[in-house]
Design a protein around this ligand. Structure first.
Ligand SMILES: [Zn+2]
Length: 527
């Protein structure tokens, strides 16, 4: 028995080595080769007859027969972040493929939760997402960092409905019942898919990027070294899949280190990989984010080995078919009464980017005890807040799910940020709290000087370092020098706003509020 098994393992390793050597050349042709549903369904039919019988599996003879040929289709999503609307299209696609008789799987690479009020503000939070994934027959999900945002109770509700996997999370008994490092899934023809998962951890604190309070007593280890301990999984099935939530760059490193893996379906970095890459013989893919794309992988196996694999993304904006029953479910979720809840009554309607920007940045500053906070005009999506401000209004104002990032900055660095933002848009772009600024520019909108003042009009101290808050969008996409790399507060800017408005703040101060000014040469005073 033992000998037969290790012989098998040796043969598999040899096959892996051969496949690895061959994969680079086959990949190019593989990605362009169309796979039709007709072939896939025929294949499923024909291989069904080759299923190993009960007796051959229990005789103790080496290697239960695997189908001589097999075709598998894996649909995958990642970082959906509560965006459920396109699931009516996903349902239509999945159901159509299943109806052909194809062997269809549906995976999520994590971050199912957080980012849309319809799902986040539901009671209990996340429930519409769970109901949708159940309707779509999700086979397994990775745990993303944002799976923990609603607390462990919500992760337990997720685990009660779907297999959850993560190899680098150690959960004390009872914390996350159902959590496994990996699982095996069987296709109709007996082909076994072994799926493991990894969650990203932050270099600083070694924890996934969520509020540490949400993580309870969970322990996390470094994902890549954990993955290398899983090489032995190669022998557990015919297809080895990494369903990861560590970001595309890390997926590429993982592929380079572990040619034992057939497919890496990634998440976290929101990367649109289309077509899938082949790295070190490993197919690496990721389907963007926010349910805009559905990933599809086609695997073709011969004698229990993947001999051909392709991965591409379905652009859901181009899909017309929608499942009517799922559409009806979605309509029901959108009438969520929690969104109509009034957070605060304002003395007047708040109008214009300047007033709303002052409110927005004051909320960030108050929530994190900062000296100064900035938000860009593009991140303020409406020009008017009604007198009765509801939760829905706040999410319409700030729909992007950006976090507040804290960076220690000098006055010179702040000046550089303001200058870069003005030159980017050729006009005032950053709203501010905790200070005011005046940009002087020439007629071509080249910045000549940036004056920074305290709220009382005195100049900002040049020799001091300030605790500055930026939305993660500004922090990551604006080109400005700062010595301190900064750190996420792990709080969404929208949650800063909700907290601020709930605190019964005096909104009267925002009538005609303005803190960012510019003077353009050859224009008198710019308003
Ligand atoms: Zn993530």
């Amino acid at each position: 028995m033992k000998r037969a098994r290790s012989f098998r393992t040796a043969m598999r390793l040899l096959a892996v080595a051969l496949l690895t050597a061959l994969s680079l050349s086959s990949a190019t042709s593989a990605t362009t080769r169309p796979s039709t549903t007709t072939t896939s369904s025929l294949m499923a039919e024909s291989t069904r007859e080759a299923l190993p019988t009960e007796s051959s599996a229990t005789t103790g003879l080496p290697a239960p027969a695997v189908p001589p040929e097999s075709r598998i289709v894996i649909f995958h999503i990642n970082d959906v972040h509560g965006k459920i609307d396109n699931f009516a299209k996903v349902a239509a696609i999945l159901d159509a493929e299943r109806k052909t008789g194809a062997q269809v799987f549906f995976f999520s690479a994590g971050d199912n939760f957080t980012g849309d009020p319809v799902v986040d503000q539901y009671d209990p939070p996340g429930e519409p997402m769970l109901e949708m994934l159940a309707r779509l027959n999700l086979d397994v999900t990775a745990l993303g960092n944002h799976e923990f945002d609603y607390g462990l109770e919500a992760v337990r509700r997720l685990a009660a409905r779907f297999p959850i996997i993560s190899a680098n999370i150690q959960a004390p008994p009872g914390t996350l019942p159902g959590l496994k490092p990996w699982i095996a899934l069987k296709a109709k023809d007996g082909t076994k898919l072994v799926v493991f998962s990894l969650i990203q951890i932050e270099p600083g604190n070694g924890l996934p990027s969520t509020h540490p309070d949400k993580l309870g007593d969970l322990r996390f280890s470094e994902p890549l070294s954990k993955a290398l301990e899983l090489k032995k999984l190669r022998a557990e099935g015919q297809v080895l899949i990494g369903l990861t939530h560590i970001g595309h760059e890390q997926d590429l490193i993982l592929a380079g280190a572990m040619p034992e893996i057939d497919v890496i379906i990634g998440g976290h970095s929101h990367t649109r990989v289309d077509p899938a890459k082949i790295v070190n013989g490993v197919l690496v893919t990721q389907a963007g984010s926010d349910n805009l794309f559905l990933g599809r992988i086609d695997l073709f196996l011969k004698n229990g080995r993947v001999v051909e694999k392709t991965g591409r993304l379905v652009d859901l904006s181009q899909v017309k078919d929608e499942d009517p029953a799922v559409k009806a479910m979605l309509a029901k979720y959108h009438t969520n009464p929690a969104l109509a809840r009034v957070l605060i009554e304002a003395p007047f309607e708040l109008t214009g980017k300047n007033a709303l920007g002052c409110l927005f940045t004051d909320a960030m500053r108050a929530a994190h005890n900062l000296d100064i906070a900035f938000q860009n005009n593009g991140g303020i999506r409406i020009n008017r807040l009604p007198k009765s401000i509801t939760l829905k209004d706040v999410y319409t104002l700030d729909p992007f799910g950006n976090e507040t990032v804290e960076i220690a900055m000098t006055a010179a660095e702040i000046r550089g940020l303001v200058k870069a933002s003005f030159e980017k848009r050729k006009e005032i772009d950053l709203q501010v709290s905790g200070m005011t600024y005046l940009v002087r520019a020439d007629a071509a909108k080249q910045v000549k000087s940036v004056q920074l003042n305290n709220l009382d009009g005195s100049p900002l101290a040049e020799d001091k370092t300030f605790k500055v808050g930026l939305s993660s969008y500004v922090a990551t996409t604006y080109d400005f020098a700062h010595k301190d790399p900064g750190r996420s507060t792990r709080t969404l800017t929208v949650d800063d706003l909700i907290q601020y408005l709930k605190s019964a703040v005096d909104l009267g101060i925002y009538r005609d509020a303005r803190r960012a000014f510019s003077e353009i040469e050859s224009e008198p005073y710019r308003n």
